[in-house]
Design a protein around this ligand. Structure first.
Ligand code: AMP
Ligand code: MG
Length: 366
């Protein structure tokens, strides 16, 4: 833990954390206890981007600034928690869209200084990785090590989660994230943004074997991903249709189903390689917005069974970006680093657009 200030408060092994997430287009805050009990949560998924068909970073940062103060007020009002019950304030410090991260982390630091609480800077990816350990997701905390597929609008990676602070990235996307591919293909089909959920719904009406789409990197060594070729193949199929209005519904549904199958087959194949890289691992976890996709989850579950692994994925609201995962990561880190009952303070930790998971080990040593 980067401990730049001497700790200001003492705890009794039970903390209550106020946590803020603002790294993309979700403005979120929560109050969570160290036993995993969520005392309140507020989230605003920014609608400001809908007319652009994708997240506009500058608009996202301004929207976080506008929505965070009322969300925090609602959070305290609804949860009936007072400031003196809060032990520390956590916020995402990276990686992600830097404007939003600056807004959220500066807001949290301002509150920390004003209310005389320690600040804890959280790595967004580490938080996704630890969410599956939230106690109320299953009836026991998932033990380390586990293999995580993190697949969202901005990320697609396989991570070996060995312990708090000990993460190994086994592979990642060399171009688009899976969520980005879902969103772009959905846009080509005239579906509303964010496209993943709409595409999954449309796919239910289609024939998944209607089109043989490419399976980038399928069968190759390693567990890197590539999705941009898949997107281009869909664009080529749509080429003859000049206007989306002329697109037959059944044709669009067949494309959606075939795309969902191709991306799922590819992810499953890459993950099979990842499983073989970490034979000691008994749990396969999936997190990130795309892990909300039931078709993908069914295939991941089958894959896990095939390797005698347990499959686990957080409920949808904790798969997509949320503040509970930031609060829970802070709790896990504090439980690991707490010395003499004192909470250290990251008040000088800088917001950063990139923050490799390999840096997380160092913070445990400091
Ligand atoms: P996140 O980046 O974790 O907030 O998740 C948002 C991303 O997840 C967007 O790219 C969504 O399109 C994608 N997503 C959400 N639900 C689904 C779904 N059911 N199927 C596929 N992608 C989804
Ligand atoms: Mg999001």
């Amino acid at each position: 833990m980067i401990s730049l200030h001497q700790t200001r408060i003492k705890t009794n092994n039970c903390f209550t954390i106020l946590a803020i997430e603002s790294s993309c287009d979700d403005t979120a805050c929560t109050i969570i206890q160290s036993d995993g009990k969520i005392l309140g949560e507020e989230i605003y998924s920014q609608k400001e981007h809908i007319r652009f068909g994708g997240v506009v970073p500058e608009i996202a940062a301004r929207a976080h600034m506008a929505h965070l103060p009322p969300l925090i007020n609602n959070l305290f009002e609804k949860s009936k928690i007072s400031w003196n019950q809060i032990d520390a304030i956590a916020a995402t410090c990276g990686p992600g869209l830097i404007g939003g991260i600056i807004v959220g982390s500066s807001f949290a630091k301002g509150l920390a200084l004003a209310k005389n609480k320690p600040f804890i800077g959280i790595n967004h990816i580490e938080a996704h990785a630890l969410t599956v350990r939230l106690p109320h997701i299953t009836n026991k905390i998932i033990p380390f090590p586990y293999l995580l597929l993190l697949t969202s609008g901005g990320h697609c990676q396989c991570i070996h989660v060995k312990n708090i602070g000990f993460y190994k990235k086994l592979g990642g996307t060399i171009d688009d994230a899976a969520g980005e591919a879902f969103d772009k293909v959905a846009k080509m089909l005239g579906l509303p943004w964010p496209g993943g959920p709409a595409l999954e719904k449309l796919a239910k009406e289609g024939n998944e074997n209607a089109f043989q789409l490419p399976h980038p990197l399928y069968g190759r060594n390693g567990c890197d991903f590539s999705f941009s070729g898949l997107k281009t193949a869909v664009a080529n199929l749509l080429g003859p249709y000049q206007h989306l209005s002329s697109l037959p519904h059944s044709f669009a549904a067949d494309i959606a189903a075939s795309f969902q199958k191709a991306i799922t087959d590819t992810i499953t194949n890459r993950l099979e390689n990842a499983i073989q890289m970490v034979p000691d691992t008994k749990y396969l976890a999936a997190a990130g917005g795309v892990a909300a996709n039931q078709y993908l989850k069914n295939h991941l579950n089958k894959l896990a069974n095939q390797y005698n692994m347990n499959f686990i994925s957080p409920p949808i609201q904790y798969c997509t970006d949320n503040a509970v995962m930031i609060g829970w990561a802070a709790i896990e880190i504090l439980q690991k680093t707490l010395q003499n009952d004192f909470i250290p303070d990251d008040i000088h930790l800088m917001p950063r657009p990139r923050w490799p998971l390999s840096d997380m080990y160092d913070r445990l040593k400091n």
